[in-house]
Each structure stands twice: as C-alpha cells, then as structure tokens.
Design a protein around this ligand. Sequence first.
Ligand SMILES: [Cu+2]
Length: 533
Amino acid sequence: MHDLIPKMFFAALSAAVLSWPTSRADSSSDQQALQADSISLAETSDSTHSAHGTAADTQPAPPPGPIPDSVSGYLIPGLPFVEPPTIRSRHGVLKLELTAMATPVRISGKLVNARVYAATAYGETYPPSYVPPILALDPGDNLQITLKNELGEPTNLHTHGFFISPMGNQDNIFVDLPNGGAFLYNYELPATLSPGLYWYHPHYHPLVEEQVFGGLAGYIYVRGLKQLLPEHLQDVPERFLHLKDFQFNRENTIPARNINSDNPTHRTVNGLVQPTMGMEAGGTQLWHLGNIGADIWYNLELSGLEFTVIAEDGNPVDRAWTATQLLMPPAKRFDVLVQAKKPGAYQLITTQMNTGPWGDDYPQALLATLNVTGPAREPAALPTHIQPFDNLAHATVTQERVFDLSENPNTNKFFINRRVFKPNHVDATPLTGTVEEWRFRNTSLELHPIHLHVNDAQVMSVNGVPQDARSLVDTIPIPYATKDAEGKLVPGEVVMRFKFRKFVGPYVFHCHILAHEDRGMMSIINVTSPGSE
Ligand SMILES: [Cu+2]
C-alpha cells in the first residue's frame, strides 16, 4: 500500500515530467525523484487511478432525464427544522460506505435531479439525500470511508480542515476515482485534532463546482467542544445547520454546466427552505454553522441577537467573541452559542451583499425562523475564554512568499501568480517544522476566499492592519483591489503564517469559490522534511 502513495500523486504529474517547467525553483534532486517515480508509474498503468485532467477523465456525465413539474412538485417553505442522521465512531473507529450518485432527491418537498451521497454503516442504510449523514468522531479516531462512484464521471473525497497526511489513502485530492470504481480512504486522526465542525466534499479538478453544487457535501463533527465550555453550559442543546444553495432548471435538474452563481438561488438550511426552529426564552443553544455550498457567500444575522463564536474552522478560539453578523465565504464554519432573553420570532437571514465589482450580488434572504417561547428569562453567563492556541505571532519566520490572485473576466480564467492550475507545477516547497509567512495580493475586483489543505493559517494583517488572531483558521477572504486617489490599483492584501507541523507530501491551496478553483485558481505545494531532500 505504501508504494501507492507517491504513485497516485505522480500519476497526476506524469504528463508534466516530460516538460518540466524551467521556472520551477526546487532542487534538481527533487526533479530526479519525480522522474524516478514516473517510471514506476508506467509499470502500474493498469491502475484504476490514472492521471487527472485527460479528456477521457473529465468527460462529464450525461444529463439525467427531466422530471415533469407534476411529479416534481413545489418547494415548501416553513417546514419544521430537522437534522440529518449522525453516524458515530465506535471504539475509536468509524467505518462506512459512501456512494456518490446522480439521482432525484427531495429538497424542501420538491423532487430534483441532484448529485448526492448515500451511505451504509453498521447495518444501517442511509438513502441518497441532499444533506448526507453527519460523521461524528473523537480526536484520535480512525475513519474508514469506502467511496463508491456511481456519478457517471470521476470523483474523489476531501476532508476539509483535517490535520492529516495529504498522501496515499488519506486526504489525497489527487486520487482519481473513475465511474464504477471504489476507493478505501483510511484517515488516521491525530489525538490532538481540534474539536469543532469539519466537512467532506469531492475535490476532483475541474469538476468540483458541479459536484458540490449538485449536493455532494456533508458535515464531520469532531467532538470535545462542549467540554471546553463552563460546566453550566456543557449540556446545552446542539443544532447542526448545513447552509447550501441550489438552482434548478426547467427539467427540475440542478445544473452541472455553466453554473451562474449570480443567478437567483434557493438558500436552504438542512435541505429545507426557511425551516422553523424552537428555543426556550432564556435558553442557550450551540449552533454548528457551515457554508458548504459551491460558490456563494452568506452574511448571517439573527434579528440583532449576538452570535458568540467559540470555534472557527474547527479551531476553538482563545477568547470567545461576539458578533451580530457572521461573514461566511464558501467553506467557512463557525461554532456559536445563541441565546434569547425574550420570546418572539427571530429571523436568521443572510443580508444583501456583493463580493466586489467583478463578483456577485446577493439579495437578502430568510434562512430560518427561530421561535422563542415561554416567559422572558435572563440567559446563562457566557464564557470569555475557550482554549489557547499555538500563536505564531512571535515565531521565527524562515520563508516569506507572495501569491498574486488575479482573473480575466473576459476569458473567465482565474490565476495564482499569473498561472492557471497545472497538476505539474509546484509553487512552494516548505519544510516540516518551519513557519512561513505568505502574502496574498488580490489584484482582481472581487473577493477570493483562500483555503490551504492540511495546515491552518494565522492571519497577521488585512490590508496592512495588524490582526490579533483568536485562533487558526482555514478559509480566509482576501479583499479585492481598490483604486487610490490617482486611480492607481491597490491590491487587497492578507498576510498569514503557516506552521508546517508534521505532514510531508504534495497538497493544494486554492480559492474556495469552486468555480474559480475549477477555472484555475489553485496551486500545489510540496512539503518535505529537512534532510529528506
Ligand atoms: Cu475566487
């Protein structure tokens, strides 16, 4: 099995080895290693996991049959809030089968053609659903997912936020699982994995947007957050709110081609349009919020109530912070405490917003209604501190890097350092145990949320303003460029630090607006150990 590790990655590189870019700054011994592995790849050409990006690979699935309106029915708003089932680990192991398929499912009462997961685990069958089961784990667990592909096109799986190896059958987004195939992912979670909300979704370039937009995205919850709360809050009710949006065409199919994220869309919470939730006056609830849609943003408000953030992107914060608005780019997660003193109907909305002159405009939308009942009552005291984190502000930085984010609105291509993603191009080769400082400069006129796999980031400054980080994070909006008084373009800029703690191997960073990622805004880093070069 070990042999497969480099081969799967270098399968993705195989075409490249023939024309290795001259601009690559890495050592020539690296290059020799790549060539050596590409030779061994040839010996395994019968492997079901072939290179990414060939014409045959990215052949899209044929469109599904239309669903007549008489069969599809209508979206029903205001249904009671429900959550998907949870599959829990047992004795340190969670073993399940996940099947990605194109099939009709009901979303808030309406039948639409979607791309979704079905699951089986411990003798239970979980039918295909727009919101798949929540996988609940403890730090240190072993997660074994057999992914079966019935989509009609290739796919794979990414565990967003996990601090695990990017190689072999762990968080390896270079795996190419063809239609009809199966692949065993075997994730070894570190005992130190931080508690909070994570998620899973396909990462098969360049079909990621359509697969996530079709419905292929679910939650992973790593337990232990409640134990970080004061004792009087450790048994508060929890709610998992999956934020996903979908569009459907005349044939009642979620589009897979030419998705326009600026089109009118249906925002859903747990696959429901504007569901109703309940809470007792004076009560406290722990909400797990994640934007697991493909492209669009949320700016949440709850009728002026405060969200008390206790974790961000699966990282408990050192100081709890409160906000009446939560900006959530695609992939963003917050674990928050919510309280209401007085009874009433509180509206969870996403406000009107736009993502820049070249970006999208979203109208305000009601997401859910929280009905608070009973006599007014003072809620419990909230915590101010949750858990310290490994603050990198005073770390020794061994390497600085600059990444330019740009786009061409005419060709609809998106670039990092003026290149579209190439499976053969490595942009950086950090060493384990070091801290690097990366400067992202956005010269385009829209926001781009940047996500690095495996290692979380500490935001140091935004547009030159120093930031006092409360935790590490994994999805960071980079502000768009503006013009100064003389009309000169001033890039939006975020400086962040990464500590490459442990895992070696190639992995990616990219814009998590998946249309941008699919159209080029992604790049590879290859982490090595000092002495292994
Ligand atoms: Cu982007």
